[in-house]
Design a protein around this ligand. Structure first.
Ligand SMILES: O=P(O)(O)O[C@H]1O[C@H](CO)[C@@H](O)[C@H]1O
Ligand SMILES: O=c1cc[nH]c(=O)[nH]1
Length: 242
């Protein structure tokens, strides 16, 4: 039991999927886990444990932003013995060819977050676990899901004005922008855990005539992808990774 999590040690699986939204955690438990039990509801950071394809898996809501993710991910790794962590989130896409709910597997995170300031004598590079990344990519290919693998940006600010150097991220090949990746990979690294972030592209990042970022709706693919595709990929990766 911690300040933010009233589950007993042992009630959370060492294989866990993390989502931002408590309703998403509830949805996943109700639609994908067998015999799901709610083991935490402090601050509505719902955590459920149940069975997925014969494997004991947990799913937990961790809120929005780096500090929130850092608290929950730290406690899961340090206090609950979680070993394999998969974040299933949403994101804004930089690439013009992306369609709604294309999936990005984040290989490495660049960031505006200050979470690691003064922690190192240089700059720490938060990265995905390669085994989880290749497992997820193989499963996605078998399921004919459209995925991209590469660098992603973790932004503290969701709403950014025209002075923000957004186009630099795009120029340097970043695939998308979200808000928890840096804290997520950093917490996993601190405790020797394996982590993979996968995000669905739910908006396109574009620019108006003043260089101001705007978020635009994206067209659907012919075989439209959805949150359910992302959720299944995250659960399968967490459950079946060796
Ligand atoms: O869908 P989630 O996982 O919350 O992720 C994204 O959505 C939120 C912003 O709308 C931020 O938390 C961002 O990282
Ligand atoms: O930049 C963005 C756009 C949408 N959603 C995010 O989390 N970040």
């Amino acid at each position: 039991m911690t300040m933010h999590n009233h589950a007993e040690v042992g009630e959370i699986s060492e294989r866990i999927v993390l989502v931002g939204d408590p309703n998403r955690a509830k949805y996943i438990a109700e639609h994908y886990l067998e015999d799901a039990v709610l083991v935490n509801d402090v601050r509505c950071a719902y955590c459920y444990t149940g069975m997925f394809e014969g494997v004991r898996v947990s799913v937990m809501a961790v809120g929005m932003g780096g500090p929130s993710m850092l608290i929950y991910a730290t406690e899961l790794c340090r206090d609950y013995g979680c070993k394999i962590l998969v974040r299933a989130g949403t994101s804004g896409g930089y690439r013009d060819d992306m369609k709604n709910f294309d999936i990005v597997l984040s290989q490495a995170v660049s960031t505006t977050s200050g979470i690691n300031d003064n922690m190192f004598n240089g700059h720490f590079s938060p990265v995905a676990d390669f085994g989880l990344l290749s497992t997820a990519r193989s499963i996605a290919d078998e399921e004919h899901l459209v995925t991209y693998v590469g660098g992603t940006v973790c932004n503290d600010r969701l709403y950014r004005d025209e002075n923000y150097k957004s186009k630099m991220w795009k120029k340097y090949g970043m695939l998308c922008s979200e808000q928890e990746g840096c804290a997520f990979y950093t917490a996993a690294a601190e405790f020797g855990c394996r982590a993979l972030m996968m995000v669905g592209i739910t908006t396109g990042i574009r620019y108006d005539e003043n260089g101001q970022e705007i978020f635009v709706d994206l067209p659907e693919r012919e075989h439209a992808q959805s949150m359910d595709d992302l959720v299944r990929l995250a659960l399968k990766t967490a459950a079946h990774a060796e």
